[in-house]
Design a protein around this ligand. Structure first.
Ligand code: CU
Length: 128
């Protein structure tokens, strides 16, 4: 029993070290036809940076694979959105943000952290 507790402790420390010192969020994932699928697993939202357009309804489809209570909620700072995520079942959150900017979304303990970027156009996209 104590070995198990130790293993869990070590895993938790490794996760914290990785999260706070090693992990850097990548580029933002653009909503495709207004929808983005986000997996909730191993302490990260993937993708953790999502870009949507202002004044357009976007759907974030969260799939929580992490059964720990840490991942149970997703809270959007400044948008007055907090939703419970069921384990193994997609949860769709639709939102429409008028004001461009960057909004954080996190779990209730802020271990899971993501960014919602509300912006008109993606600079790196030269497709048209
Ligand atoms: Cu948490």
């Amino acid at each position: 029993m104590s070995i198990l507790v130790n293993l869990v402790g070590i895993a938790l420390i490794a996760l914290i070290v990785w999260w706070f010192w090693l992990y850097r969020p990548g580029t933002a994932t653009q909503a495709n036809h207004g929808a983005v699928a986000i997996t909730v697993e191993d302490g990260v939202y993937s993708p953790s940076r999502v870009r949507i357009k202002p004044n357009e309804t976007a759907v974030l489809r969260f799939l929580r694979k992490d059964p720990s209570p840490c991942a149970a909620m997703v809270i959007f700072d400044g948008l007055d959105i907090s939703e419970e995520l069921p384990v193994g079942k997609p949860k769709e959150i639709s939102l429409k943000v008028a004001e461009a900017g960057t909004y954080a979304f996190t779990c209730q303990m802020k271990m899971y952290r993501g960014e919602l970027v509300v912006a008109e156009n993606q600079e790196m996209n030269h497709e048209r």
